[in-house]
Design a protein around this ligand. Structure first.
Ligand SMILES: [Zn+2]
Length: 146
């Protein structure tokens, strides 16, 4: 989980949006991704989608069965749909939409417009506390020393 958050932070420092994701099989990292929509002009290049693209190409297999995603932010509907449709096992995330909302980074309104409910959850979605504060990743609070 911490790697996804570190990737998000590094991406922000490079001028990208502060999102990172790690596709994993158990404890093995299959692929990573960061949000590339600013550089690519492609709105589908969210961190989770980029990790999925890299991981499925590496494995030469479009299935996500048995794989989990660690996303710095709660997945948006597009990414969650890709995970559910292709059989991902579970989702872990560090920051939710309430954390992201003050910075304009929440996908809550998309869930609402699509009338998508996360109750019951379509797959296990679990928040993990990394010790990093939302204001450190999204705002002006200093990043903790390594
Ligand atoms: Zn997304």
């Amino acid at each position: 989980m911490r790697l996804a958050v570190d990737l998000a932070h590094a991406n922000r420092l490079k001028g990208g949006r502060p999102f990172g994701a790690v596709l994993a099989q158990g404890n093995e990292i299959i692929a990573t991704g960061v949000n590339e929509i600013i550089a690519s002009h492609d709105p589908s290049t969210h961190a989770e989608m980029q990790a999925i693209r890299a991981g499925t190409q590496k494995r030469a297999n479009p299935s996500l069965a048995g794989l989990s995603i660690y996303a710095s932010g709660h997945p948006c509907p597009m990414c969650l749909a890709a995970l559910v449709m292709n059989g991902a096992e579970q989702v872990f995330f560090a920051f939710d939409n309430q954390d992201a909302a003050p910075y304009g980074l929440s996908s809550e309104s998309s869930y609402q417009r699509l009338r998508l409910s996360l109750t019951p959850q379509p797959l296990p979605i679990t928040r993990i506390d990394t010790g990093i504060h939302a204001a450190q990743l999204y705002g002006d609070e200093a990043w903790p020393a390594a």
